[in-house]
Design a protein around this ligand. Structure first.
Ligand SMILES: Nc1ncnc2c1ncn2[C@@H]1O[C@H](COP(=O)(O)OP(=O)(O)OP(=O)(O)O)[C@@H](O)[C@H]1O
Ligand SMILES: [Mg+2]
Length: 261
């Protein structure tokens, strides 16, 4: 058996007195495509932000490729990770958010080259060569010199995906990357993600309300409710034959809201 690439073990996270994650555990295998679904406020974004080290945890452990994320070992003892450790671990993971967060004052190609040049010291020429390959992959090579304000929402999201890929992460996190888009722009972004899933062995975690896409894309679906995983299984099991009442209720609501499952 290969080792899990992500191991989340009993993590808790509160904002003030509100417990968002309540002893959450999950294991992700290398190359797995996971869909995270569940009601608003169930903690889906929070777990992705925690994996991306944008939030701290209150308790529990996370390991990425067998290495602790929020802890480091010193003389056989576990202690809280320092910023250097976090920065190194963070490079293993790329994230694309719901709202386009390109640097507005930098053109498309500079958005993609910035992180490799700054964090990895990649020379400009090499960073630009790689950036053009990635922009080509997401169908944005001809817009390399455009400013973000000159792009559609779908185009911005495709650049954001190329930018996240520029650091060659082992794991990609996608948080509702199409939900702020006009309906006619959704498909072009989903196509890029289909291509990534088909052509790379990257591990991908996807939070989405696009149940049809989740069904086609995912190897495994996790249903979140109130900071816990209530049910998980293959897409057909979760979408066609959900066992838990809470999963059934959620899916009924989603279908009633007009989403394809
Ligand atoms: N920085 C924060 N400060 C305080 N509360 C927060 C913060 N971030 C999230 N929360 C709360 O934590 C809960 C979980 O939020 P989270 O964003 O993880 O939910 P979600 O499952 O992604 O929901 P949605 O489907 O609406 O995006 C919510 O009740 C939210 O209000
Ligand atoms: Mg969210």
């Amino acid at each position: 058996m290969p080792e899990p690439i992500i191991k989340v073990d009993g993590i808790t996270k509160s904002f003030g007195s509100f417990k968002v994650l309540d002893g959450l555990s999950m294991t992700v295998m290398p190359g797995e495509k996971l869909a995270l679904i569940g009601p608003s406020g169930s903690g889906k974004t929070t777990i992705l932000r925690i994996l991306m080290t944008l939030e701290r945890i209150d308790g529990g452990h996370i390991q990425i490729e067998g290495e602790h994320l929020y802890h480091m070992e010193r003389n056989g003892q576990l202690m809280a990770a320092d910023e250097k450790h976090l920065a190194r671990m963070r490079q293993k993971i790329g994230m694309v958010f719901q709202l386009f967060n390109l640097f507005p004052h930098k053109c498309v190609i500079d958005n993609v080259t910035l992180a490799p040049m700054l964090t990895k010291g990649t020379p400009k020429a090499a960073a630009e060569k790689r950036a053009m390959e990635l922009l080509d992959m997401v169908g944005m090579a001809d817009k390399a010199k455009n400013m973000p304000a000159q792009l559609s929402g779908g185009q911005k999201q495709r650049v954001a995906i190329a930018r996240a890929l520029a650091l060659s992460p082992r794991i990609m996190l996608f948080d509702e990357v199409t939900s702020a888009l006009d309906p006619e722009l959704v498909e072009e972004v989903l196509n890029v993600m289909r291509k990534l899933a088909a052509e790379t062995d990257m591990t991908m975690l996807l939070v989405t309300h696009e149940m049809g896409f989740a069904h086609d894309f995912a190897d495994r679906v996790l249903f979140f409710d109130r900071g816990r995983i209530v049910e998980e299984g293959k897409p057909d099991e979760i979408f066609r034959h959900p066992k838990q009442e809470r999963t059934q209720t959620f899916l009924k609501k989603i279908i009633a809201a007009g989403h394809r499952v």
